[in-house]
Design a protein around this ligand. Structure first.
Ligand SMILES: Cc1cc2nc3c(=O)[nH]c(=O)nc-3n(C[C@H](O)[C@H](O)[C@H](O)COP(=O)(O)OP(=O)(O)OC[C@H]3O[C@@H](n4cnc5c(N)ncnc54)[C@H](O)[C@@H]3O)c2cc1C
Length: 457
């Protein structure tokens, strides 16, 4: 068998996972990883804050889907993973913090008794006592989360519970978001003949309520990135942005400022706007699809408050802010309550975010202005008046892809088009199956599998 050479473009979690599975399943393959930054990991970034390792972006991943847990197991990290010490969170609603009903599935409450008084009107509550059969015929393949929830359990549950939770995942609007991509379990339940609520309650009966929902590593998400990067020591890494990809006979030419590299196959795992640019000349059709994907920009500000000035509720991991509240902040996480390893001896560490697909005020603000605006919100919500001891601002421009209804079909069509017009080229990343780390790993793993099959049959 001849040894093939491939390029993985972009060393975020999706690209690294792709390289990892390619190396694992086809060790004879020569892998070249192209990354524009000197550091791998892309949007996974941990750094020191007040002497502890605090993530500047993603701080955990879903434990109830397999891909991230499996990868950690493979890398020997599974036994080091931890889960949140505080498992409940609140919503800032009607000018006060109110407990998110539990159990819930992406904000849909499963027990009306768990809903705090006044959170929902009697009409909305009685709707939740029904089976949740949709009031409208829902399309089979996809519908917006808004359409699904409103039709099964009503507008109030959508606006006050589901939108803040789901919007917190990719800063999007649930009335425009694909249910098939963002909440497939809700779509499946809505189509169940017994009704959405009956189906979700049935599924919940078989679930272990004590099983962790999220995992992280005590050293932060960098630990996963470092372990992956180390496992790829034998791959060749090129720190240079890819500028263009072109076709030369039956090879791909990956062009950087350092010159072209000829390869037999490619996995594109760059942000969609970059993928569009590097394919524009050679594959205008796919480039246009990448270009059409909309992204939300967010900012994550880490605050350190002296515990003599503010003490977070240790039973809560934080709170979410619905768009109807008109606050600048979208969420606040109490790091020391959520994660035992982030309980600082003197400080309360809060991670506070701002920015939504329909609120990009922060783009025109300086870091100081953002901090001041968030401090006003921390004062309104938590009563914090004093100045923080430490502050860190991390901007994530165009970081969270939006998934309109039909997005999954569009991605499948892109797969098919690449199969016809770009043999040996595959794509991975947050646009494929969703923004979550497990979904990104899944996309990388699948692209590696497709590339292996292409190369070796
Ligand atoms: C603030 C924030 C909080 C989040 N929180 C969570 C969370 O708690 N849990 C969770 O599961 N998910 C979370 N996410 C989502 C998750 O972090 C991302 O969806 C995921 O990390 C994206 O990975 P990726 O590999 O697709 O893309 P990226 O991480 O963007 O990787 C793309 C890589 O391509 C490189 N690149 C760019 N241009 C070029 C070029 N021309 N040539 C070569 N390389 C290039 C980039 O430098 C980067 O390394 C969060 C995201 C944000 C922004």
């Amino acid at each position: 068998m001849t040894h093939k050479k491939v390029a993985i473009i972009g060393a975020g979690i999706a690209g690294l996972a792709s390289a990892y599975y390619l190396q694992k399943n086809s060790p004879e393959t020569q892998i070249l990883i192209f990354e524009s930054e000197s550091k791998t990991g892309g949007k996974l970034l941990t750094s020191a804050f007040a002497g502890v390792s605090v993530d500047e972006g993603a701080d955990s991943f879903l434990a109830r889907v397999p891909w991230a847990v499996e990868l950690c197991r493979d890398l020997g990290l599974e036994s080091e993973l931890v889960s949140p010490s505080a498992r409940t969170a609140s919503l800032w609603i009607d000018g006060k913090l109110q407990q998110i009903p539990s159990p819930n599935v992406l904000g849909v409450p499963l027990e009306t008794e768990s809903i705090s008084e006044g959170l929902l009107t009697p009409d909305a509550l009685s709707r939740l006592d029904s089976n949740g059969v949709p009031s409208l015929d829902l399309p089979d393949s996809d519908a917006s989360i808004g359409q699904v929830i409103q039709s099964c359990v009503g507008l109030e549950v959508l606006e006050r519970l589901v939108d803040p939770l789901i919007g917190g995942i990719n800063a999007g609007r649930s009335d425009e978001m694909s249910c098939a991509v963002m909440a497939p379990q809700l779509l499946e339940a809505a189509h169940h003949p017994d009704g959405m609520l009956s189906r979700l309650k049935d599924l919940a009966k078989n679930a272990d309520p004590t099983a962790p929902v999220f995992h992280t590593h005590p050293e932060g998400m960098n630990r996963l990135v470092d372990a992956l990067t180390k496992s790829l020591e034998n791959s060749f890494k090129m720190v240079s942005p890819v500028l263009n990809i072109s076709r030369l006979s039956n090879k791909w030419l990956v062009e950087t400022e350092k010159g072209p590299e000829s390869v037999d196959g490619v996995v594109i795992a760059t942000p969609a706007s970059v993928s569009s640019n590097i394919l524009e000349k050679t594959l205008p059709g796919p480039a246009q699809v990448f270009d059409s994907i909309e992204f939300a920009s967010v900012v994550l500000v880490t605050f350190g408050y002296s515990r003599t000035d503010f003490e977070a509720d240790s039973s809560q991991s934080g709170f979410l802010v619905p768009r109807s509240s008109q606050l600048f902040m979208t969420a606040c996480s109490y790091s020391g309550s959520k994660w035992a390893h982030l309980r600082h001896p003197e400080l309360e560490i809060l991670r506070v975010s701002t920015g939504r697909i329909d609120d990009d005020r922060h783009l025109n603000m300086t870091d100081d202005e953002i901090v001041n605006e968030l401090r006003l919100d921390l004062n309104s919500t938590l009563g914090i008046e004093s100045a923080p001891v430490d502050v860190r601002v991390t901007r994530w421009p165009n970081s969270l892809p939006q998934f309109p209804v039909g997005h999954a079909d569009q991605m499948n069509a892109l797969d098919v088009e690449l199969g016809h017009s770009a043999p040996g080229m595959f794509f991975a990343g947050a646009i494929r199956h969703g923004v979550g780390i497990p979904a990104c790993i899944r996309s990388g793993k699948e692209a590696a599998q497709q590339l292996s099959e292409f190369l070796y049959g």
